[in-house]
Design a protein around this ligand. Structure first.
Ligand code: FAD
Length: 349
């Protein structure tokens, strides 16, 4: 079996960027992607999410990003990624869902069902989309209405005429309410008081926010979402929902009942639907055999390099979990791979 210089898992923004930079360095690798088609998580975003709704998709290296008015995000970005893979002849194999990566006598063995690959290094770029997080609340299983996570949000229209409770204090909750409130009755609950950005969000403020998440990851803590440190902002398309009062938030309820939710002080609200906009977790269970996790619950990184095993790079994780961060992380990871292989870090072909 050929021993590859590296192996990339995931062909979203982070994995494609890493593959581009590995190729420039002349490093042999394949990219294994669990999805049947190009586009990473973008192909699964809801139909009503247009390019002008997203917070910006950074250009992949050596290319031009799609325009803001280009149409539906779940069509435009996958088409952009597909063209990029073709143009740069990136070695993507799909669908290949990796089950585990383990040490094999000093090399890394990556397995997917009965297939496996052996490489000297690894770049993990599996994102978070496949690991939606739903917290547990008493009575959840007794609810007679519909419960769904952002992962399965179909856009606002199926909820017309139904009372919808949105749970969560992140950008997804703000976006869902922006769409839902103009067409149906909504409620919003968050654990903490949301932090709204009042001034214009400057690049410096953005860098500071990313640095805070970087610091958590350097210490081996689970990465916080970037929004938790940047604060939330309303965009023009959310002003109607704001006018309708959709962003007056309630504190978290204590329990779910068959036809609604109840707070500790006895307050009850009847709801037909609960949308759990409660975020995602890094999709890293296949890395468990490598024992990368620190006692603090996260994977400690030095840049993109796993401190517990310097053959492994993590991109799109923590501070690089944005399209611009994932892009940069791809370049850093290729440098980390080169270093781990003993190639001069500056060498590119
Ligand atoms: P993904 O795009 O998720 O790609 C991961 C790939 O890995 C997928 O193709 C998947 O199939 C594959 N994979 C996963 N597990 C395995 C496995 N075990 N084996 C093989 N393959 C596997 N960021 C922005 O910069 N701007 C935005 O507007 C924006 N909007 C967002 C909206 C939502 C609702 C969410 C959840 C996130 C948003 N983000 C945004 C964050 C952004 O999506 C990500 O940071 C970036 O696109 C993720 O790229 P990625 O390559 O890390 O992951």
């Amino acid at each position: 079996m050929e021993v590859l210089d590296s192996l990339v898992i995931g062909a979203g923004q982070a994995g494609l960027s890493a593959s581009y930079h590995l190729r420039r360095r002349g490093l042999s690798h394949v990219v294994l992607d669990g999805d049947a088609a190009p586009g990473g998580a973008w192909q699964h975003r809801w139909d009503s999410l247009a390019m002008h709704d997203v917070h910006g998709v950074a250009a992949l290296p050596d290319s031009v990003a799609p325009a803001d008015d280009a149409g539906r995000a779940n069509v435009v970005v996958p088409a952009y990624f597909a063209a990029y893979e073709r143009e740069h002849e990136l070695p993507v194999l799909r669908p290949v869902r990796v089950d585990r990566v383990s040490d094999d006598d000093g090399l890394l063995r990556t397995s997917a069902g009965d297939r496996s690959w052996v490489s000297r290094t690894l770049v993990n770029a599996t994102g978070t989309w496949t690991h939606p997080f739903v917290p547990r609340y008493p009575g959840m299983d007794t609810f007679l209405g519909e419960q769904l996570h952002t992962h399965d949000y179909p856009g606002p229209l199926p909820f017309r005429g139904r009372r919808v409770l949105v749970v969560g204090g992140g950008a997804s909750a703000v976006q869902h309410l922006g769409e839902l409130a103009p067409v149906t009755d909504t409620l919003w609950v968050t654990r903490r008081e949301p932090v709204w950005r009042t001034d214009d969000f400057t690049p410096d403020a953005g860098r500071e926010a990313v640095a805070l998440v970087e610091e958590r990851v350097r210490r081996g803590l689970p990465p916080a979402s970037v929004v938790s440190v940047t604060g939330l902002a309303l965009r023009p398309q959310e002003r109607e929902a704001e006018r309708l009062g959709a962003y007056r938030r309630l504190p978290m309820f204590a329990a779910v009942e068959p036809d609604g939710v109840r707070w500790a002080d006895g307050r009850f609200e009847r709801v037909d639907v609960i949308v759990w906009a409660t975020g995602f977790r890094p999709a890293v269970t296949h890395l468990a055999p490598l024992r990368l996790r620190s006692p603090h619950g996260g994977i400690r990184l030095d840049g993109t390099t796993a401190v517990a095993d310097r053959r492994v790079q993590l991109v799109g994780y923590g501070p690089s979990a944005s399209t611009i961060g994932a892009n940069r992380a791809g370049r850093t990871a290729a440098r980390g791979v080169a270093e781990s292989l003993g190639q001069p870090a500056g060498r590119q072909v």
